[in-house]
Design a protein around this ligand. Structure first.
Ligand code: SF4
Length: 387
C-alpha cells in the first residue's frame, strides 16, 4: 500500500487566512493525528534554526503550531539543533516565548553528549548520535527544503542525517567524500601543470594541498562538475567521479537510519516546508533569493515518501536562473533543478534510493491534497476605457 503524503499548496484560491500555509499545516497535523499520538511522550522537534543573519528557515509561526499540537496532546515538546545554530537562535526569532518550548543543543553545548554507534562505512567507523535525540521518545522531523552544495538539496533526510549527529560525525561525513582516490600524483609530477589545473577551475574547487605538495584537494561542495579541470589534467591524473559525490548521499542515508533506529516507527513523523528555497543550506548563515517558486508544505510518517513527493513536486519547475548569485553557473539543464544548479553528479533522488535499500520507507506514495484549490468562476469582461 502506498505511503500517504499530506500536502498543502502554497497557492490560494482566495485571500483568506484558512487557505494559507500555517492553516494548512494545522490540517496536516490533524491528518497525521499528532495530538492523539504524543501523550506523555518526550517529543523532539528537529529543525534547523539557521545561522547568523539567515531568514529563510522555518518561521516561528509554523514552529509554534507544531509545539502547540504536541502540548494539546499531552506531550512534552522541545526543539533540538546543532550547538552553533542554537547559540544565537534568538536573533532569528526562535525563543521559548515565541515558539512555546525550550530549544536545546542536540549534543550538548560543547557537543560532548552523544551515543556511539559502530557502523563502518568508507572512512567512518563510529557515528555519534546526539544525546538529546537519543533520549527523546517521539520525533517530529521538521525540515526546510533548499539546495545543498554536497548533494544537490537538503530536506527531511539531511535535517536528520547531519543535524542529529555530533560535530565530529558531521565532519566525518563530509570527509568521507574523499575516501575514493581521485588524484593520482604519479600521472602528474609536474608542478606547473598542477598550477594550471587549479587555475582552470572558476570556483576554486580543485586546489593544491598546501601541506602536501604534489597532492590536489577537491572541494566537492564547490565543484559543479563542469569538466574544465579535466581538459588540463594529464590523462588518468584526476577523476571527477560519481563515487566521491554519491558517498555523501549514502552517508546521509546511513546516518538517518541510525537516528530512526532509536525510535518506535509509530513515534516518528516528518514535515517539510518547501518555501523560499535557496541555492545552499541554511547553515551558510545568510539567505539568498529563491531559486524555485514556493510549493507548499508536506507531512508523512514515511521519510522516503515525503522526500520523493517534495522532489517530484519541484522536478518539473524552472530553475529561477535570474535569482542565482552571479558566481554560480548552470552548465546543464538536464535532470532535477537542484541537479542543474549543483551538477549532474549531485542527483537529489539518490538519498532516497540508499534509504530505501536500508528499509527506511517506500518510494511508492499517495499525495493527499488537504485543501485543493477551488476554481474561481468569473463572468465575461466588460471593457472600461481608462479615460
Ligand atoms: S569539474 Fe569544474 S568545478 Fe569541478 S573542480 Fe573541475 S573545473 Fe572545478
Amino acid at each position: 500500500m502506498p505511503s500517504k503524503v499530506y500536502f498543502g499548496t502554497a497557492r490560494q484560491s482566495r485571500l483568506e487566512a484558512k487557505e494559507t500555509l500555517p492553516a494548512k499545516l494545522d490540517l496536516i497535523l490533524e491528518n497525521l493525528q499528532i495530538r492523539q499520538r504524543v501523550k506523555d511522550e518526550m517529543v523532539v522537534i528537529k529543525m534547523h534554526t539557521g545561522n547568523n543573519i539567515g531568514y529563510s528557515t522555518i518561521h516561528p509561526v509554523f514552529v509554534r503550531r507544531v509545539v502547540q499540537a504536541v502540548k494539546d496532546g499531552g506531550g512534552k515538546p522541545f526543539i533540538a539543533d546543532v550547538n552553533w545554530d542554537v547559540a544565537g537562535a534568538e536573533t532569528r526569532g526562535y525563543t521559548q516565548e515565541t515558539i512555546g518550548c525550550p530549544i536545546y543543543p542536540a549534543a550538548g553545548p560543547d557537543e560532548k553528549y552523544y551515543y556511539e554507534y559502530e557502523k563502518p562505512f568508507k572512512s567512518i567507523q563510529k557515528w555519534k548520535l546526539a544525546g538529546m535525540i537519543h533520549d527523546a521518545t517521539f520525533l517530529i522531523n521538521f525540515s526546510h527544503v533548499k539546495g545543498h552544495p554536497s548533494c544537490g538539496f537538503g530536506a527531511a533526510f539531511k535535517n536528520l542525517a547531519l543535524g542529529c549527529m555530533a560535530g565530529e560525525t558531521r565532519g566525518d561525513m563530509h570527509r568521507a567524500m574523499h575516501f575514493d582516490q581521485y588524484w593520482f600524483p604519479e600521472k602528474c609530477p609536474d608542478a606547473e601543470t598542477i598550477q594550471k589545473i587549479a587555475a582552470s577551475c572558476p570556483f576554486e574547487a580543485i586546489v593544491e594541498d598546501k601541506k602536501r605538495p604534489g597532492q590536489m584537494h577537491l572541494h566537492m561542495e564547490q565543484c559543479n562538475q563542469c569538466g574544465r579541470c579535466l581538459k588540463v589534467a594529464p590523462p588518468g591524473s584526476l577523476k571527477i567521479d560519481a563515487s566521491n559525490f554519491y558517498t555523501f548521499q549514502e552517508a546521509c542515508a546511513i546516518s538517518t537510519s541510525i537516528t530512526l533506529s532509536t525510535f518506535d516507527p509509530k513515534k516518528v513523523t516528518h514535515l517539510s516546508l518547501a518555501t523560499h528555497m535557496t541555492p545552499v543550506c541554511d547553515c551558510f548563515g545568510f539567505t539568498s533569493m529563491p531559486i524555485l517558486p514556493d510549493v507548499g508544505i508536506f507531512g508523512s510518517d514515511d521519510i522516503i515518501a515525503i522526500e520523493r513527493a517534495v522532489l517530484d513536486a519541484t522536478a518539473g519547475m524552472r530553475l529561477i536562473e535570474e535569482n542565482l548569485p552571479l558566481a554560480m553557473e548552470v552548465h546543464s539543464r538536464a535532470g532535477h533543478p537542484f541537479q542543474q544548479l549543483h551538477g549532474p553528479l549531485k542527483d537529489p533522488y539518490l538519498v532516497t534510493e540508499y534509504g530505501e535499500k536500508l528499509g527506511l520507507g517506500s518510494r511508492d506514495y499517495e499525495l493527499v491534497d488537504i485543501l485543493p484549490l477551488e476554481k474561481v468562476e468569473r463572468s465575461a469582461l466588460q471593457y472600461i476605457p481608462s479615460k
